[in-house]
Design a protein around this ligand. Structure first.
Ligand code: ADP
Ligand code: MG
Length: 384
């Protein structure tokens, strides 16, 4: 709570009254990679006070010697993580509050974006030794559930899907593309596996396998570029008794999104977006930019229907949701242009306001039928 209000925005008290909330924006700088060091690159980003990012733009060593100081630009965020930040630190600062909110029947979403190789998948999924936000969130969720209920009335369901080239695929149960359909909860992917999860250990394995099912595509030599967006949705369903001893069904949904590489596609104005549409640029990413621009400008019409990604994330962007963005950047001057682009975009994302409405009540998703659900789980267990 305090963090949201203290984000340096004089308008925040009134925003709170109107039940509006700002998107929280964080930046994470990854360590210099071996190939970047070998190529003789230097570091062009510095994190100041765990909050701001300073991007230097001097052209050469000579310039630097002449100026005796670094010329550059400061960007202020809710927090920024230097390359020494741990996965746990990133999780606690960016996402743990959303996990708490999900247990109170609210929705939350975390987006990671940045150029290919900037550290999105490391931040979201991580490795077996250093699990990322997705796994730490689920671990935290289970431990919070254990602490607050001894009657086991919480159910945790996971789905993991990808949007690639405007096609939606189930990452837990790869097969035919899924069709999007509207229902009273919003847009859902018909037939998507809902995996009932019981422990963090199984989830880590499940997500690693799911990640292997993602579509990657070679671009330049020795490089693979991911143009696929991966979305993990964690739905918690539970029952509580109200004052009149009536049983109320509640649910909260957390969406964790590892976006496709944003190179050349993070446009902050409508003209650039239009010029990029002709090029072979990720349509979902452009649509995301358009929606964010429309939200920033307070437009009535938000073009969610322009892509599969924005259709799926409609309630995570403008709707009833706490939203967090993590911008990933490389510290190397070889990526200066991409880093600058990512930071500008992140800076703009701070302007987005979302309306957080009351908790979801009595809108439990009804599984198609109980047997359908168990069949899917069985099928998945057999395949894995
Ligand atoms: P992206 O998903 O944005 O394309 P990755 O997450 O795959 O990028 O990161 C590229 C490489 O950098 C990977 O080898 C990854 O393990 C490494 N890496 C990224 N961020 C970090 C970090 N914070 N600490 C250590 N290694 C990292
Ligand atoms: Mg990746």
């Amino acid at each position: 709570k305090q963090k949201r209000a203290a984000a340096g925005d004089p308008k925040s008290p009134s925003l709170k009254e109107e039940n509006e909330s700002r998107i929280l924006v964080f930046v994470r700088v990854r360590p210099l990679a071996k190939n970047e060091t070998e190529a003789g690159s230097r570091c062009c980003v510095r994190v100041v006070d765990r909050r701001d990012v300073f991007l230097t733009e001097f052209a050469s060593e000579k310039d630097y010697l002449r100026l005796k100081r670094l010329r550059g630009r400061h960007f202020a965020f809710d927090a920024s993580f230097p390359d020494s930040a741990t996965q746990q630190e990133v999780y606690s600062t960016t996402t743990s509050e959303l996990v708490e909110a999900v247990l109170q029947g609210r929705n939350g979403s975390v987006f990671c974006y940045g150029a290919t190789g900037a550290g999105k998948t490391y931040t979201m999924l991580g490795t077996v030794e250093s699990p990322g936000v997705m796994v730490l969130a689920i671990k935290d969720l289970f431990s919070k559930i254990r602490m607050r209920s001894c009657d086991g009335n919480h159910a945790v369901h996971l789905s993991y899907l990808e949007v690639y080239n405007e096609t939606v695929r189930d990452l837990l149960s790869p097969g035919r593309p899924l069709v999007l359909r509207e229902d009273k909860q919003g847009t859902v992917a018909a037939g998507l596996t809902q995996y009932r999860a019981y422990s963090t250990e199984e989830v880590m394995i499940l997500l690693q396998q799911g990640n292997h099912n993602r579509t990657t595509e070679p671009t330049r030599a020795n490089e693979t570029s991911s143009r696929s967006h991966a979305i993990l949705q964690v739905v918690v369903e539970y029952r509580v008794k109200d004052a009149g001893m009536n049983i109320i069904n509640k649910m909260g949904k957390l969406s964790l999104i590892d976006l496709a590489g944003s190179e050349r596609a993070l446009a902050t104005d409508q003209r650039t977006i239009r010029s990029l549409e002709g090029a072979n640029i990720n349509r979902s990413l452009l649509a995301l930019s358009s929606c964010i621009n429309a939200l920033v400008e307070g437009k009535k019409h938000i073009p969610y229907r322009n892509s599969k990604l924005t259709q799926l994330l409609k309630d995570s962007l403008g709707g009833t949701c706490n939203t967090v963005m993590i911008a990933n950047i490389s510290p190397s001057n070889l990526s200066f242009g991409e880093t600058q682009n990512t930071l500008h975009w992140a800076d703009r994302a701070k302007e987005i306001r979302t309306k957080v409405t009351n908790a979801n009540e009595d809108i439990l998703p009804v599984p198609e039928t109980e047997t359908d659900q168990s069949k899917l789980v069985l099928k998945l267990q057999k395949e894995n």
